[in-house]
Ligand binder design. Structure first.
Ligand SMILES: C[S@@+](CC[C@H](N)C(=O)[O-])C[C@H]1O[C@@H](n2cnc3c(N)ncnc32)[C@H](O)[C@@H]1O
Length: 276
């Protein structure tokens, strides 16, 4: 793909981190280089990312993002949205969907992997929603935006890659206006034992096998490992609540294989203390 231009306020110096036997990156959460290795991993898989995502999820990811926006519309208080931020936007699938779904809204997609952003810009070129879409390079842990700049902040399949969830939640809370909504869409453990067994047989064995066949053994071995590092649904909600979001809810999809977490930011004009 021709190099697409992306606003890049981050300096980067990538060096080689842990790898799988085929040489592909395999990030290890216990190492100080974890963030850099996650970035290296997404650089490695950026080119075929969307295609592999559709294959590995058996096409379900095409339903999960729109359903998450449906959940968002039922959770948020009525009113127009002027600015939405999608963090860890990757190749821009959710950011484009947001821009299409909220016709008059400006959407910013932010990600710390340049190769993913280049795909986001390339895939968005010529689309009717493009004039309302911006992409920028930034880490979720230090967002280059003013306090209260956004009505909604979203992220899809990013949380389990973060080195410090609480720090990320506090940063999201900072850039949201009081009463603004934070949406997280993430892979979660299904509640039913049968679905749990099927899910793990597929996710822990078939997906890494598919990944290895594509020369990406590391990234797709990392995928099931990353899920184990994510707090369960109740602990995730507790973490949100402890990070200054007084109204929170979890909406499971596909028998709980993924969950939409929704959290309303507190603040001076939103003294809500309700939790449901
Ligand atoms: C699994 S992909 C998801 C991409 C997209 N949201 C989607 O729905 O397909 C995770 C993305 O999060 C980005 N990411 C992970 N940690 C990040 C961080 N600390 N700051 C910014 N982006 C991050 C990665 O670069 C990658 O593009």
């Amino acid at each position: 793909m021709a190099a697409a231009r992306v606003a890049d306020p981050m300096a980067s110096r990538e060096t080689v981190g842990p790898s799988a036997p085929d040489g592909s990156p395999l990030p290890d959460r216990s190492l100080p280089s974890f963030e850099r290795d996650v970035r290296r991993m997404f650089t490695h898989i950026a080119q075929g990312y969307e295609w592999f995502d559709h294959v590995a999820s058996l096409g379900n990811d095409l339903l999960w993002r729109p359903r998450a926006l449906w959940d968002l519309d039922r959770f948020r208080r009525p009113g127009p949205l002027s600015r939405v931020l999608d963090i860890g936007c990757g190749t821009g699938e959710l950011a484009r969907l947001l821009a299409r779904h909220y016709g008059a809204t400006r959407v910013v997609g932010a990600d710390f992997t340049r190769a993913m952003l280049e795909n986001a810009v390339g895939s968005s070129a010529g689309r009717p929603e493009r004039p309302r879409l911006d992409f920028t390079r930034a880490t979720v842990l230090k967002l280059p935006f003013a306090d209260g700049a956004f009505d909604v902040v979203t992220n899809a399949f990013v949380a389990r890659n973060l080195s410090d969830l609480s720090a990320a939640f506090r940063e999201v809370q900072r850039v949201l206006r009081p009463g603004g909504v934070f949406l997280t869409l993430e892979i979660t453990e299904p509640a039913s034992l049968t679905v749990h067994r099927l899910f793990h047989a597929y996710f822990d064995r078939v997906v890494p096998w598919l990944g290895a066949a594509m020369g990406s053994a590391g990234p797709y071995r990392y995928l099931p490992l990353s899920l184990r590092s994510l707090p369960d649904r109740a602990a995730f909600l507790k973490l949100l609540s402890g990070s200054g979001f007084p109204r929170i809810v979890a909406r499971p999809q596909s028998a709980g294989i993924v969950t939409t977490f929704l959290a309303e930011a507190g603040g001076p004009s939103n003294p809500s203390n309700e939790s449901r």
